[in-house]
Design a protein around this ligand. Structure first.
Ligand code: PTJ
Length: 248
């Protein structure tokens, strides 16, 4: 157990959740490496949520609320770190959750589905029960998706992606909302909205915003989504990373 007095307590608790995720068969070993990369970017951001991330969260909430068929995609890292908030958002939006893995195995998909379990209820699209389809242009098992889920979605929330799925889904006309601490990644640069923040900080914020903005008139949501500029957000994140470490 991590001592709460440790100066890096929160970071260590997050690591523990992931290593436990590996033990449970939820998170892949590569997921730990991916997290290490994320930590490095988070360090450069001062491990805090910046205004550009808040504006991306606002836009993400607007796009999700405006869409006709939003779907939340979950991988092994997202499940270990933020599953409660994915379930919460699925309930607020009344939309499906789909497990989609890069390091795919039937066993791991089922382990994650069981981990989400009854709390996710009817929102979880269980892989074994639905017809699959292939998204063209993806060089990994991520291309196999549930037709009724991501297949038919018009807006997809994708945490901690590896790049080509984001582009392929955008090419299919879907609005992709990414969560990625790396502003230079292919995912970050090709998504319609990139939340450049740690998943453990931004998911609670996203759930709050969606609940709050659900009462907004459609015209207000449309204005927020139309005015959102992802390239500007990426530029601001890069600037923040340079500024933070040069000003201590
Ligand atoms: O569970 P699977 O099999 O689907 O695999 C999931 C991983 C994450 C291993 C897979 O998608 C992968 O290899 O991803 P990449 O290409 O390493 O990209 C992950 C991105 O997420 C990187 O740009 C990291 O900087 C970023 N990242 C890592 N941890 C966090 C993060 N972003 C936000 N919050 C984090 N905690």
């Amino acid at each position: 157990m991590t001592d709460p007095n440790h100066p890096r307590y929160f970071s260590l608790v997050v690591r523990e959740k992931l290593t436990n995720g590996v033990r449970l068969g939820i998170t892949s070993i590569s997921g730990l490496i991916a997290h290490g990369r994320g930590e490095a970017f988070d360090y450069l951001l001062g491990e805090r949520t910046h205004p550009f991330a808040k504006s991306a969260v606002n836009a993400a909430a607007a796009f999700l609320l405006l869409s006709e068929k939003p779907v939340l995609s979950l991988n092994g890292n997202a499940a270990a770190l933020s599953s409660a908030y994915f379930i919460k958002i699925a309930k607020i939006l009344d939309c499906p959750l789909e497990v989609n893995l890069y390091h795919h195995s039937k066993k791991r998909v089922e382990t994650i589905e069981n981990f989400l379990g009854e709390k996710a209820g009817r929102h979880l699209l269980k892989s074994s029960k639905y017809e699959k389809m292939v998204i063209p242009g993806i060089a990994s098992r991520r291309k196999i998706t549930i037709r009724e889920g991501i297949g038919k979605a018009d807006c997809v929330l994708v945490p901690l992606e590896d790049g080509d799925r984001c582009r392929a889904m955008t090419a299919m006309g879907k609005t992709v909302i990414a969560i990625d601490l790396n502003p230079l990644s292919r995912t970050a640069r090709s998504a319609r909205v990139t939340i450049i923040d740690n998943i453990v900080r931004c998911m609670p914020q996203l759930a709050l915003k969606i609940a709050e903005m659900k009462k907004f008139p459609r015209s207000r949501l449309e204005k927020i989504s139309k005015n959102y500029d992802n390239r500007l957000v990426i530029k601001q994140a890069l600037k923040a990373m340079c500024y933070h470490k040069n000003n201590e």
